[in-house]
Write a protein that binds this ligand. Structure first.
Ligand code: PHE
Length: 505
């Protein structure tokens, strides 16, 4: 009896052998099929009982770039040993300083050489002198032999412990792959003897197939949802952007409206409105980046400039005290990359951006700020600030703390701590801390306070204003446990993490 099968299955069946397991790759080549098509056909034949597919996982070994280099140039410890023998260190200890150039070792290779020299018993290193063991045999170095064996593609004779050691040294990488073998079953043999014929194979039902009645004859393709498939990495929104959007949603849910404004702004909005004295170190305490061209803005609102200037010189209110120090418009007009987004709060509170605002009001922004910090695990030259403020009658510190608790709670952060702080523009002021989920350390996540009269009065705001600037990156650290900001930002960032991390919603 003839068996009708799809063409790929016929080809594979004819290539398979009843006596031996044959590798899938060989069969695919012989049957003229792509590897995926051959695998699919083999599984289908396996389901039908005509072949048996067996699977094994196999390690595939490859030298790393460093491993390859050592294979060519020699392992550092062996080079040290050879140089030591040449210098007679098997008889008298020789200074390390003399040996290193001979061995061609410098930088990291020195530590590598020393650590492995001692570990493998090539000799001893004591206060800078090297003694070589005359009985050591570099020719029998198992790691050297293993490097050669891996490079030659046959590590079957290498001991597992040696391979593991090479992996620890980062000289060897190991990946797993699945190897499949196919063998013809008795049923398959019977089918072949009865005759096998290729049937037309269709992957969808069409109106023509139905009306012609042909559907009854054709062979339908089955979908194998378990087949290995190539992985595609599509584009994806960056975790920071996703979290920024989530922060926006949360704040909008809390009744806040979003502020917008320039990244480059007059120092007036960035500093002067905030009652930061022009000649005070506080002014440059973030080391803002200044602009060379253009270097100034010429359109500050005159009345406001006058009120701010007066607050700086004489303070506000009856017994107000100002700084009594020089204040000039050139400084106020000069342009910087904003060191905080509190510049936006000033623009909005003053009515300059959107017109006068009557209390109560709530505003926020999640925008980039720029500071000339030193790069380290928690500092970048730019980061996202979650700025916000609430304008209302009779605000107190409890309102501020309550707002933070409500906000951070939405991200599962419930252990906030508040520390009294100083800002020239708020009184009282508080720094905000959370606990890092991995290290247990307190991480500063923001700065906040209630604006002083010296800030609000020139802006023409009579109600109280509580305000803050929080770090989006630090929020991320608390939510996901990152220890280094550079895991998500910049050239060192972890691509796998960015591809796979799930942002909660
Ligand atoms: N501008 C402050 C900072 O960048 C944050 C802040 C904003 C503090 C508003 C108090 C009030 O650290």
């Amino acid at each position: 009896m003839t068996t009708r099968l799809p063409p790929a299955q016929v080809a594979l069946l004819e290539a398979a052998d009843a006596e031996t397991d044959r590798p899938m790759t060989d069969l695919a080549g012989e049957a003229g099929l792509k590897p995926e098509a051959a695998t699919r056909a083999a599984f289908e034949l396996d389901d039908a009982g005509f072949v048996a597919v067996s699977e094994e996982t196999e390690d595939s070994l490859a030298l790393t770039a460093e491993g390859e280099r050592y294979r060519e140039e020699g392992l550092p410890e062996l080079r040290l040993y050879e140089a030591a023998l040449d210098a007679g260190a098997d008889e008298e200890p020789v200074g390390l300083g003399d040996l290193l150039p001979e061995a061609g070792l410098d930088g990291d290779a020195v530590d590598i050489a020393l650590a492995n020299f001692a570990r493998k018993g090539y000799g001893e290193v004591d206060s800078g002198s090297v003694r070589a063991d005359p009985d050591a045999d570099p020719g029998a170095d198992a790691e050297r032999a293993a490097l050669e064996a891996v490079a030659a593609g046959d590590a079957s004779g290498v001991e597992e412990a040696t391979l593991e050691q090479l992996e620890r040294r980062d000289l060897l990488g190991r990946t797993e792959r699945t190897v499949r073998q196919v063998r013809l079953t008795d049923e398959g043999v019977t089918a072949l003897m009865g005759g096998v014929e290729a049937a037309e194979r269709v992957d969808r039902v069409t109106p023509e197939l139905l009306t012609s009645g042909e559907w009854a004859e054709v062979e339908f393709a089955e979908y194998n949802v378990e087949a290995d498939a190539e992985q595609y990495q599509g584009g994806r929104e960056h975790i920071l952007r996703q979290t920024a959007n989530r922060v926006k949603d949360v704040l909008v849910g809390m009744g806040f409206e979003e502020m917008e404004g320039p990244h480059v702004d007059a120092q007036f909005w960035i500093n002067d409105c905030l009652f930061m004295p022009q000649d005070h170190p506080a002014r440059t305490h973030w080391d803002q980046f200044a602009l060379e061209r253009p270097d100034a803005i010429r359109e500050l609102p005159e009345d406001l400039v006058e009120r701010v200037r007066s607050a700086h010189l004489d303070g506000v209110g009856e017994d107000g005290e100002g700084y009594h120090s020089p204040w000039d418009i050139e400084t106020a007009e000069s342009l910087d990359l904003r060191g905080h987004t509190t510049s936006l709060s000033m623009r909005y509170l003053s009515g300059y951006q959107e017109g006068d605002l009557e209390p109560p009001q709530r505003y926020f922004s999640v925008e980039k700020v720029y500071r000339n910090d030193t790069l380290d695990p928690t500092h970048l030259l730019e980061f996202f600030q979650i700025e916000g403020w609430v304008m209302a009658e009779d605000l107190s510190v409890r309102d501020l703390m309550g707002t933070f608790e409500e906000f951070y709670d939405q991200f599962g952060i419930t252990d906030l701590e508040f520390k009294p702080h100083y800002n020239p523009y708020t009184e009282p002021s508080f720094e905000l801390f959370g606990t890092h989920p991995e290290t247990g350390e307190l991480v500063e996540v923001g700065n906040s306070g209630i604006f002083r009269d010296e800030v609000t009065e020139p802006l023409g705001v009579e109600a109280d204003v509580m305000a803050w600037g929080l770090s989006l990156e630090r929020l991320l650290m608390l939510i996901y446990g990152f220890e280094d900001i550079r895991d998500v930002h910049g050239t060192l960032c972890d691509l796998d993490l960015l591809r796979n991390v799930e942002v909660m919603h």
